[in-house]
Design a protein around this ligand. Structure first.
Ligand SMILES: Nc1ncnc2c1ncn2[C@@H]1O[C@H](COP(=O)(O)OP(=O)(O)OP(=O)(O)O)[C@@H](O)[C@H]1O
Length: 613
């Protein structure tokens, strides 16, 4: 190559670099003028080098190190206030799980309770029979009124029932199980719990009374945060164990004593292998959150061994099992049958009418090659707001994050190939708003509860091979939580045809607009949609059936007044959908189960009722 040629190329290169730099500066200015804060470069190297070898103590603050109320024996039943901790637990935007006036009371819900015993729901936390210290913590969280799942689940657990709780995303299921459990343990914990470590004294073995298992690390931390808030000023000490973070930090927490252990299955199994560290022999309550996901994603064996003969888990009759999800699959049903007492209660909350429209769903046609531009335009049209963008692969997650970042927008991203430090940092930036745009894969985002997520964008719609409509429901459920409003926009093209029929049904059911390009998928009679909910085809149960049953309730009208008896079940849930008197949960045999159709086993005297909320 001649000198002239080399110089010519250099000139062209320089010009290209200059033009790129100018474009970047223009983009940044445009974003700033539109009100977005400056993007913050993420220190990936620093984040990586922070994480030391797995079994060494890491001085970086991990979510598992979050401070809990430190109890000493002299305190009696309720400890003194700690104002600094109160600030952290109830005012810190990183926790931000704030209730407030969520407007549940103005919404109509169908609630179905299935089981041998009647449950009287309560309408205010003051009437729930909660221990005063726990009630005070409810007030500190600013939970003014119970959500429907809480109204039914709390009395059910307080009266000693095993419970399967099914309620839509963002409906307060965590507090629905934590509140009655903690309340029941108050006063008894001293007698039931293992001896505590004395500050500076020898370490103890963790012997929790409560175990909460959930599928993702982020969810485990969220539940742990809720437990920290609800255990404030009590002797009940929560801990969390999850993969990706150094075991040493988590072990040290356990060795201080643990009453409530929130864990992901992998790390839990690791810790269970060390009987000097952890014993489940004192367990009184086991909660499986997001039960269907946990069981459909290869953890069945782990769960089996957790409760099987190999473990020292307390299997006496005084052990209460609670299972929760917004969706329920065949595998989850099997687990229920294996572990639950015969008199378990199944509590299912469906949503009617206006609740659906809390999420404004739009589907727009965008070819793959146009998606970046469409995303950029959409983000600008909507202006600065907390937005969660879903893609279908980890590589795409990085690419879209880079694209937004290079366009001067404050974005970050999360997926399962990131280190746990990176995941925690990304989520923290999203929560506190320094990076209000989060690009995520579906897996990492299940159960995420971040306040004020205004917009969900499905850059990629989930394929039917990977979660399908179930995943769609969970994704859009990250907005409009606990009675708030939100928006979901999905990019659709011919590659998503497999999802189209169910998507259209869902849109119709939720009274959302069906775009012209999806008209052909409309069912013949849109006013009387038939939901193939797995009633007669169990293979479907984890997909749309689970969703519809869990997320959106049946197709009937709301029933006014409480305590409608078994025969009325169809009024709310429809014989073919969800949990009507003719369908529903199978108590005993393999053919039964949720949506068990004709094979349903229904014990004599079973009482089903559908209440309007
Ligand atoms: N009674 C209440 N009043 C107001 N806010 C509440 C109440 N109960 C819970 N919340 C808040 O509602 C939010 C959603 O609760 P939670 O995460 O438990 O929902 P979820 O049903 O488990 O959702 P998902 O199925 O998506 O995991 C949390 O921020 C929580 O603090």
């Amino acid at each position: 190559m001649s000198d002239a040629g080399t110089n010519g190329a250099a000139v062209v290169d320089d010009a290209a670099v200059a033009s790129k730099a100018q474009q970047k500066a223009d983009d940044l200015q445009r974003a700033t003028e539109a009100g977005w804060q400056k993007p913050i470069p993420f220190e990936y190297e620093a984040a990586r080098s922070d994480a030391g070898p797995d079994d060494e103590r890491d001085n970086v603050q991990w979510l598992s190190d979050a401070v809990v109320y430190e109890w000493i024996d002299e305190y009696g039943e309720v400890g003194p206030r700690d104002e600094a901790l109160e600030q952290q637990l109830y005012e810190n935007p990183e926790i931000q799980r704030r209730g407030g006036d969520v407007g549940w009371k103005n919404l109509s819900f169908e609630v179905l309770v299935d089981g041998n015993d009647k449950i009287l729901p309560f309408r205010s936390f003051e009437d729930a029979g909660l221990h005063p210290a726990i009630l005070e913590n409810v007030h500190r969280c600013q939970y003014d009124a119970p959500t429907p799942i809480q109204a039914y689940c709390i009395p059910a657990v307080l009266t000693g029932h095993d419970v399967i709780g099914i309620a839509q995303t963002g409906s307060g299921k965590t507090a629905a199980f934590l509140l009655p459990i903690l309340s029941k343990l108050m006063g008894k914990a001293r007698m039931l719990a293992a001896p505590r470590a004395i500050p500076g004294g020898p370490r103890v073995r963790a012997e929790p009374l409560v175990l909460v298992v959930c599928p993702t690390r982020e969810l485990a931390c969220q539940i742990f945060d809720e437990a920290r808030r609800l255990c404030y000023r009590t002797m009940l000490r929560p801990c969390v164990a999850y993969g990706g973070a150094p075991t040493k930090n988590q072990r040290e927490q356990l060795e201080k004593g643990c009453d409530i252990l929130v864990a992901t299955p992998g790390r839990l199994m690791d810790f269970m292998k060390n009987p000097n560290l952890l014993s489940l022999a004192r367990l009184k309550f086991t909660v499986i959150d997001e039960a269907d996901e946990l069981l459909s994603s290869g953890w069945e064996e782990a769960i089996d061994s957790l409760f099987g003969a190999a473990s020292d888990t307390n299997v006496d009759a005084d052990h209460t099992y609670l299972m929760f999800s917004a969706t329920f699959s065949k595998e989850a049903r099997k687990l229920c049958r294996d572990y639950m007492e015969e008199d378990y209660l199944r509590i299912k909350v469906g949503r009617v009418g206006s609740t659906h429209s809390n999420i404004k769903q739009s589907i727009v046609y965008v070819e793959d090659s146009q998606k970046n531009q469409a995303l950029f335009d959409l983000i600008f049209t909507n202006g600065p707001q907390r937005t969660l963008i879903f893609v279908n692969s980890k590589a795409k997650c990085d690419i879209v994050d880079d694209f937004l970042y290079n366009k001067g927008l404050p974005s970050t991203s999360i997926h399962s190939d990131r280190t746990q430090r990176e995941r925690e940092d990304a989520l923290r930036s999203f929560r506190i708003g320094s990076c209000p745009l989060l690009v995520a894969t579906g897996v990492t985002a299940r159960g995420l509860d971040v306040a004020n997520v205004k917009h969900i964008i499905n850059y990629d719609l989930p394929s039917t091979m990977h979660g399908g409509i179930t995943e769609y429901v969970h994704r859009i459920g990250r907005t409009a939580r606990i009675g708030n409003e939100g928006k979901a926009t999905s990019f659709y093209n011919d590659r998503n045809e497999d999802l189209a029929p169910k998507l259209v049904k869902l849109l119709l059911e939720a009274k959302q607009e069906v775009p012209d390009f999806l008209e052909m998928y409309k069912p013949e009679n849109p006013d009387n949609i038939e939901w193939n909910d797995g009633t007669d085809d169990e293979s479907e149960a984890g997909d749309f059936g689970g969703d519809f049953g869990g997320g959106f309730g049946g197709g009937g009208d709301a029933v006014d007044g409480a305590g409608v008896d078994a025969g009325a079940a169809n009024a709310g849930f429809g014989g073919d959908t969800g949990f009507g008197g003719d369908t529903g949960f199978g108590g005993g045999d393999d053919a039964g189960g949720f949506g068990g159709g004709d094979d349903e086993f229904k014990p004599d005297g079973q009482d089903s009722k559908v209440d309007a909320w």
